[in-house]
Design a protein around this ligand. Structure first.
Ligand SMILES: Cc1cc2nc3c(=O)[nH]c(=O)nc-3n(C[C@H](O)[C@H](O)[C@H](O)COP(=O)(O)OP(=O)(O)OC[C@H]3O[C@@H](n4cnc5c(N)ncnc54)[C@H](O)[C@@H]3O)c2cc1C
Length: 477
């Protein structure tokens, strides 16, 4: 059914009361903006939801690490707490023992979110599916319908954004931190030194393999433990450019050598007279140049298996991964090309997107994008423009990546913008990284990396506090 139009210009309509939509509604209401929150459950459910509660956690009950000094998702928790996040408040009130992680009682968590939304006088929760584009009189809309957006709405959005701009499945290749790749083994070079659209002829990092290493790698891929699809995902469209790396290996031991691992057009400067038998290529993923994406390595191997097997690749023995591979049903936009810096669809700015649809990944990230969408929509509702969170914060770096920080590439295979979780590789590097500890001693190896993360976190919280203070001062003026 289509919802009735609401004539009040300042009302914000949010479609989807999941992690992002619930948080956005809360942020709007606490700024005095009236919200109509449209949620299709229980009228219609998704393949993964089992209740009609707001902010249902469809799988694990974990919000991952709660360490705000050493872990990017822990830092995101803290930033959201400082912005009075409903999702974080409900999570903290319903936490269960989980070591350094924040895990929650899922029923208590969702019930707390729903009670807060239903108890707020400015929020109206309507149980209905929005089946097409929202009516024209809805001037300020947040679409937060998640990875399992209902088909009729997804089709309408696809009609608006274009065939290639809304994906129904992801195809995620692992991403390694650039500074953990061993460049005494690997080297920069583009195949046949071909100049790419970015203007460089050495855009890829190349990791060479001997025949023995390649054969052992194929054996490991074939034997590695894989995750299986949910029953409702089994029609995943493996078109040839998107095959998981282990499925390519199953098709024939040489398939990868003629696909993403082909060794042609590349010369190893560390050993120029010996031709590699196979080569793994990594391509720059973000404008900051801190993240490198393993080209063509989308996979359904279990995460621990990916780390174990991919670290056998020469040059990646000590690689740290900002993201591991996967393939799932997932509805998400090519956001860097479609959304402006305030999460509005450039082609139709009354529509703002939030949550997993924007290409972030995870409960916390989805809620955090909902939080930012709520702030931006509240400013629109009062005729002002919100200043975005500083790029040095976890919120700002995630927003930056989604709305422009990713580098679009033109290789064959899946679209290069794929879902991303928060990680320190998305943060602008420090002006000067710490080299000495508090005791004045020179830092080494992991000590250095811990000190760097702590400095990034401290900078983020300092900048966030300043931004919050500025916002409060502007609101009071
Ligand atoms: C099967 C599965 C397992 C996952 N497991 C995890 C995990 O363990 N940990 C993790 O961090 N992340 C996980 N994710 C990823 C992701 O973080 C979650 O899906 C998260 O809930 C996304 O938040 P969201 O607000 O964008 O979407 P959702 O929380 O899914 O909320 C979207 C809401 O929109 C509603 N809706 C959809 N279409 C319409 C419509 N047309 N009209 C009205 N309402 C509509 C839905 O009913 C839903 O309530 C998983 C995703 C899936 C699909």
């Amino acid at each position: 059914m289509m919802a009735a139009a609401n004539p009040q210009p300042s009302t914000v309509h949010i479609i989807g009361a999941g992690l992002a939509g619930s948080e956005a509604a809360w942020q709007l209401a606490r700024r005095g903006v009236r919200v109509v929150l449209h949620e299709m459950r229980p009228v219609r459910s998704t393949e993964a939801h089992v209740t009609d509660s707001c902010a249902e956690l469809v799988c694990s009950n974990s919000f991952r690490s709660d360490d705000a000094s050493n872990n990017a998702v822990g830092l995101l928790h803290e930033e959201m707490r400082r912005l009075d996040s409903l999702i974080m408040r409900a999570a903290d009130a319903n936490k269960v023992p989980a070591g350094g992680a924040l895990a929650v009682d899922r029923h208590g968590f969702s019930a707390a979110v729903q009670a807060a939304l239903e108890g707020h006088p400015l929020i109206e929760l309507r149980r209905e599916e929005i089946q097409g584009l929202p009516p024209a009189e809805w001037r300020n809309v947040i679409v937060a319908t998640g990875p399992l957006t209902s088909p009729s709405l997804a089709d309408a959005i696809r009609g608006l954004t274009g065939e290639d701009s809304l994906a129904f499945f992801d195809a995620i290749a692992p991403i390694a931190y650039r500074d953990t790749i061993d460049m005494s083994v690997a080297w920069f070079q583009s195949r046949y030194d071909k100049v790419g659209p970015g203007g460089g002829d050495a855009d890829y990092i190349n990791c060479p393999m001997t025949r023995e290493q390649y054969e052992a790698f194929i054996d490991a891929l074939l034997a590695g433990e894989k995750t299986s699809f949910h029953a409702w995902e089994t029609n995943t469209p493996y078109f040839d450019g998107c095959l998981p790396v282990e499925v390519m290996a199953e098709r024939g031991r040489e398939t990868l050598r003629h696909g993403p691992m082909k060794p042609f057009g590349l010369t190893n400067p560390h050993n120029p007279t010996v031709k590699a038998y196979a080569i793994v290529q990594l391509r720059q993923d973000n404008k900051l140049g801190t993240l490198y994406n393993m080209v063509g390595f989308q996979t359904k191997l279990k995460h621990a298996e990916q780390v174990r097997i991919f670290r056998t690749i020469p040059g990646l023995a000590n690689a740290e991964f900002a993201r591991l591979g996967g393939l799932h049903r997932n509805t998400f936009l090519n956001s860097p090309a479609l959304l402006d810096g305030q999460l509005r669809l450039c082609a139709e700015p009354r529509l703002r997107f939030a949550g997993q649809m924007t290409g972030c990944e995870g409960y916390v990230e989805s809620a955090s994008v909902g939080l930012m969408a709520g702030l931006f929509a509240a400013a629109d509702a009062s005729g002002t423009e919100a200043s975005p969170p500083p790029p040095t914060t976890a919120l700002g770096s995630l927003l930056g990546h989604i709305t422009g920080g990713h580098i679009e590439t033109i290789d064959n295979g899946p679209r290069s913008f794929q879902p991303m979780n928060i990680n320190f590789g998305l943060f602008p590097p420090l002006a000067s990284a710490p080299t000495k500890g508090p005791d004045g001693k020179r830092l080494r190896g992991t000590e250095k990396s811990i000190a760097r993360k702590q400095a990034l976190s401290a900078r983020a919280l300092r900048d966030l506090d300043r931004w919050i203070a500025d916002m409060r001062a502007a609101a009071a003026a």
